[in-house]
Every structure is written in structure tokens, then in C-alpha cells.
Design a protein around this ligand. Structure first.
Ligand SMILES: *Cc1c(COP(=O)(O)O)cnc(C)c1O
Length: 392
């Protein structure tokens, strides 16, 4: 017996349960169509909501950025100085989102790991939506605060937990995803805010799937609900609709200043690269210049979701371009995904632990990069496979 035989057993167990994730290789730039494992397929997987990942203006900005300032930031920002494109990006993002200040991180994941532990510690309590993203959960754990889950998108459950627990702690933080990425539903921010206000709690929302998607011209969930100035801190990502990579924390200027002094992924890990920063600046330019891409994203989503319902699929209760196609057991979802791939459709199955057991699904990610004929092509394949596997 080797000391790692347990790993082989775990991996075999995943394979038997239909939960082993075989990751495909993409051999082309991102876009509506991809070359995947040697085959040209329609892309229903990526978070490239606006088609910016390979947009000519973004690619050009990254190349010009390299010519001007090179590639790597060469050290952490707090020790060796911070490069001007990163500062420029933070100013532009703050203005775009209508907040006092913003700071960027290497990723949205890192932004959560940085932010939660600077706001709360051992003597404090966090009230966290039961379905929050893994990076929020990990940020909560790193903080050392007591973590109390409230029922998903349920302000009454939040208030109940606050009443039961808050008095035993120094400070409280309420944290929620803005858009829940597995179901595509939106947090009821105004009602949650009323509860946080009543008990004077810090309020944080992670808008990773709302950035560039919700609100006027993609300004995010706070803009969507017209709640400017009411949310203490907003997490965002530059890796989804923005098409590049990186994380944002936006909101109250005091919190942003505090993160520059104490946010560990800021202090102990290098910044996003120079071309990343320039590419993101170009993305802000595009979004500020026109709402065309965001409008097309929503039009595409409405079209696709409407037709899927007519075909008889259960597409859950999404309020965003995220379209879950509910299939139940993980092996069926995996088989569905493989059959779609035979039809030249790239749409991945999601099973436990990404979603709860028995709620496996195919998740279709609609993008502004899709044409209506692309969507029709996808719908035809879904109909064919759905009938073949007895789903519709
Ligand atoms: C995707 C996502 C993240 C992570 O963002 P990255 O920039 O890819 O690290 C964080 N939070 C939520 C809610 C997400 O959906």
C-alpha cells in the first residue's frame, strides 16, 4: 500500500459516480465557436458574456500596453511600487461603478480572500447566504469569524439568525453573491439591505456574474437596483464579462484604503499583469461607450430561454443569461453533455459538489458573441438530444 493509494481510491470513486471531471482542451481563441479536442463546436460554456475575451479592441490594447510598459509587474505592489496602468484602471472602475474607490486583485477569488478577513476577525460574526460562492466561503473561513448560514435569498431567515446570534459578537458582516452562478437567480439586495441597516451591519455583495451584465451598460447589481452608496463593499471580477482576468473591490474609500494596508493577497502576491490592466481599461472604454453588447447579451438570453421552455426543458428560475438545464442525476447530465458534443455543442455538465446531489444540470452560458443562428443551431441540438435521452 502506498501512502497515496487513498487518492487513487477517491479518483476511482468519482469515476464510478459519474463525477470525475474530464477537462477538455480549447485550441482556439474564445468566441461563439471554439476548436475543442480537434473539433469545431458552438461554445455554451464560457463566462465571456460580452465576447470581450478576444475582442479586437481589447487585444489591441493589451499589445500596445506590452509595447509601452512590458508584461510583468515584477513584485508585489506594496513593496516595489505600483504601476500606473493599475492605478488608472482602479480610478476608471470606481467612476464606472459610481463608487468612492476601487482596488484590483489578481482574481475575484483573491479579492474575496483579501476582503473578508480585513473586515471581521475572531470576535465577529458573518451571516452568509447558504449558496454563496466557494471563494466567499473560503474568505469567511480565513477570517476566523463565526460563520452562520442563512437560507438562500431569504431576508427573513437572515434577520432570524441576526436576532439569535449577533449579541454574542463584536461586529457583524452580511455577505451574499449578487448573481448565483449555478441557478442564475439574483439576490434580493434591497430587502437584505434593510435588514443590515436595522442592525447596523457591514454589507458586502459579490457581483462576479453581474459585472458587465446587470445594470445600465453592465454597471453591476448595485446599479441594477439603484442602490448607490448603500453597499459597503462590492466584489467583482474582470475574468467574466470583462473578458480578461483580475478581481475588483469597489465601494467605501475607507475600506479600500484599509485593503491597501492589510489585504493579504495585495501585500503578498503580485498584481495582475500589465497587458491585463490595459485590456481591462479598453473594456471599460467599450462599456462606457455603448450599451450595445450588454443589450445584445440580454436579447440573446431571452430568445434562448424562451425557446428552451417551449421545447419543454426545465430551465429553473434564472433571471440572468445563465441558463441551467435541469437533468437530475449526474450520469445523465454527463451523458447529455457528451451527446451534445457529438452534435458540435460544447456545454458542460455540472454535478456534485458544484451543485447539490440530484440537481445535476447542463449550464448554458449565453453570450453577446452568439448570433441568432448560433442559438438556433444550439436549440436544434438540445431538442434532438433531449428527445433521444427521454428528457423532453
Ligand atoms: C467566478 C466567481 C469568482 C471568482 O472570480 P475569478 O476572477 O475567476 O477568480 C468569485 N465569486 C463569484 C461569485 C464568482 O462567480
Amino acid at each position: 500500500m502506498s501512502k497515496l493509494s487513498w487518492v487513487s481510491e477517491e479518483l476511482d470513486g468519482l469515476k464510478q459516480a459519474g463525477l470525475f471531471n474530464r477537462i477538455r482542451t480549447i485550441e482556439s481563441p474564445q468566441g461563439a465557436w471554439l476548436q475543442v479536442d480537434g473539433k469545431r463546436v458552438l461554445n455554451f460554456c464560457s463566462n465571456n458574456y460580452l465576447g470581450l475575451a478576444n475582442h479586437p479592441a481589447i487585444v489591441k490594447a493589451a499589445k500596445e500596453g506590452i509595447d509601452k510598459m512590458g508584461v510583468g509587474p515584477a513584485a508585489v505592489r506594496s513593496i516595489a511600487g505600483t504601476m500606473s496602468p493599475h492605478i488608472e484602471l482602479e480610478k476608471r472602475l470606481a467612476a464606472f461603478k459610481g463608487v468612492e474607490a476601487a482596488i484590483t486583485f489578481q482574481s475575484g477569488f483573491a479579492a474575496n480572500l483579501a476582503t473578508i478577513p480585513v473586515l471581521v476577525g475572531k470576535e465577529d460574526v458573518i451571516f452568509s447566504d447558504r449558496l454563496n460562492h466557494a471563494s466567499i466561503i473560503d474568505g469567511c473561513r480565513l477570517s476566523g469569524a463565526k460563520i452562520i448560514a442563512y437560507e438562500h435569498n431569504d431576508p427573513a431567515s437572515l434577520e432570524e439568525q441576526i436576532k439569535l446570534n449577533l449579541s454574542q459578537y463584536r461586529r457583524g458582516l452580511v455577505v451574499t453573491d449578487g448573481v448565483f452562478s449555478m441557478d442564475g437567480d439574483i439576490a434580493p439586495l434591497p430587502a437584505l439591505y434593510e435588514v443590515t441597516k436595522k442592525y447596523d451591519l457591514l454589507f458586502m455583495v459579490d457581483d462576479a456574474h453581474g459585472e458587465g451584465v446587470l445594470g445600465k451598460g453592465g454597471r453591476g447589481i448595485v446599479d441594477h437596483f439603484g442602490m448607490h452608496g448603500k453597499i459597503d463593499v462590492e466584489i467583482g471580477t474582470l475574468s467574466k464579462a470583462f473578458g480578461v482576468v483580475g478581481g475588483i473591490v469597489a465601494g467605501n474609500a475607507l475600506i479600500i484604503d484599509w485593503l491597501r494596508q492589510r489585504g493579504r493577497p495585495f501585500l503578498f502576491s503580485s498584481a495582475m499583469t500589465v497587458p491585463d490592466a490595459y485590456a481591462c481599461l479598453a473594456a471599460v472604454d467599450l462599456l462606457e461607450g455603448s450599451t450595445e453588447l450588454v443589450d445584445r447579451l440580454w436579447k440573446n438570453a431571452e430568445y434562448f430561454k424562451g425557446k428552451m421552455k417551449l421545447l419543454g426543458f426545465d430551465i429553473g428560475h434564472s433571471e440572468t443569461p445563465i441558463t441551467p438545464v435541469m437533468l437530475g442525476e449526474a450520469p445523465l447530465a454527463q451523458q447529455f453533455s457528451r451527446e451534445l458534443f457529438e452534435e458540435n455543442i460544447f456545454a458542460m455538465a455540472l454535478g456534485f459538489p458544484t451543485v447539490p446531489k440530484g440537481l445535476a444540470r447542463i449550464r448554458v452560458m449565453i453570450s453577446a458573441a452568439h448570433s441568432l443562428s448560433d442559438l438556433d443551431h444550439g436549440l436544434t441540438a438540445f431538442e434532438k438530444v433531449g428527445k433521444k435521452l427521454g428528457v423532453i
